[in-house]
Design a binder for this molecule. Structure first.
Ligand code: SF4
Ligand code: SF4
Length: 148
């Protein structure tokens, strides 16, 4: 003859199953709050802080950066490599290298606040993934050109 513990377990298991199915059934009729990512995407909040990116100058189509290097000096994590060169006949430097090591970035915002030209901002890129650290070393000039 089976002991009373067996019937108790059977009762508890059955009750738990019915409660669980009840929750599932109720949820089936609730409004959907999720999306079928990545086929569907939600609109990102304007306050989102993605990795830092260069801002396009609407007049020149290039970067607004004047190669002052303030962002690189202000960054507490040494994320930036910024270089420029003065071309013949030009008074100002032209930006030639602007790289960000996003693996070190804490998104503190110091660089964005420091830039005197508003040449950098937070991107809205949240869809970033990679298998190596090098994939998070961004060439921001290239990214600016790719964005069109
Ligand atoms: S957000 Fe902060 S840590 Fe990231 S690159 Fe800018 S200054 Fe450096
Ligand atoms: S602070 Fe602004 S203008 Fe100066 S190098 Fe950095 S991005 Fe360019």
């Amino acid at each position: 003859m089976r002991n009373s513990g067996y019937f108790k377990d059977l009762y508890v298991g059955g009750k738990s199953l019915i409660i669980g199915l009840g929750v599932t059934l109720r949820t089936c009729f609730l409004p959907q709050v999720t999306v079928h990512y990545p086929r569907e995407k939600l609109e990102i909040t304007p306050n989102y802080r993605g990795h830092v990116e260069l801002v396009k100058d609407p007049e020149t189509g290039g970067s607004r950066c004047i190669v002052c290097g303030m962002c690189a000096r202000a960054c507490p994590s040494g994320c930036f490599t910024v270089k420029g060169e003065k071309k013949e006949g030009e008074k100002k430097k032209t930006l030639t290298v602007f790289k960000l090591d996003f693996t070190k970035c804490s998104l503190c915002g110091t660089c964005v606040e420091t830039c005197p030209k508003g040449a950098i901002r937070y991107s809205m890129d949240y869809n970033i993934a990679g298998f190596t650290r090098e994939e998070f070393h961004y060439d921001l000039i290239k990214r600016l050109e790719e964005k069109g």
